[in-house]
Unconditional design. Sequence first.
Length: 327
Amino acid sequence: MAQQPERRPRYAIHKRVLVTGGAGFIGSHLCARLIARGDHVLCVDNFFTGTRANLAPLLDHPNFELLRHDVTLPLFVEVDEIYNLACPASPVHYQFDPVQTTKTSVVGAVNMLGLAKRLRVPILQASTSEVYGDPTVHPQAEDYWGNVNPIGPRSCYDEGKRCAETLFFDYHRQHRVAIKVARIFNTYGPNMHPNDGRVVSNFIVQALRGQDLTIHGDGRQTRSFCYVDDLVAGLLALMATPETVTGPINLGNPGEFTMLELARLVIELTGSSSTIRHLPLPQDDPRQRQPDITRAQDQLGWKVAVPLREGLERTIGYFEALLKEMD
């Protein structure tokens, strides 16, 4: 058997960390947290949905580098860890160019896994609860294989992420790449795009502008909302686990809310006079979404710390300031 190259040394502090999709909503928070703990961060983004504004507090930091690059193209850099977050994550954005969305998930995964293989460094994949599709079990645990339409309008994202998970585990089995796979459930917080079509940002922006809050369907479908600080803590905890811990691991808030409950809470917290208007339900929209986080609790010691009301208050403050700048 051919001798395997030695892994790059992993340091307790001051690692050089690559974050793809680092100018996006979650990526920008991850970059900030890595910088705060003393790491050197190389942020890679093609700015399809990410923005330099999300990274404004980091741009002049001596330990931060920003590189405009598309992960569907090979990347040759030297790093100690890789977080692969590159991919549009909201329906409005990932359905805009579905072919490119699939390529970002699949070809991007191949390129980043190839880099991790060459460098012999750990790589974390930001997967999604969308791999469960419209689930037939509730709540969703990691051993559930999902109920996904492979040819629908959401498939570019759902199946792209499922294929990326396949690639991660095949690179792990075939090439001994040290992988971590996180399945991220609905996450919200500052740096969300105001027009990304996600329910939290939609409701907050509509409420602040005095517009009707638009709910698709009867509003009884449920989601579980995790504040971004909690999510990033989970990603860091997963990366810090021994190589034997590969995931997939659900990261999300197990608290479950209907769309009607969320809309009424946003109206209350913003003091808005908005009313609720119902629209047709999009194709393949999941009826229920709630993570079973037993594995995250047991293997990461991770739990949600920010309640929905508190997280919404912080997010509303962010959007209030943002809309003032835009007006």
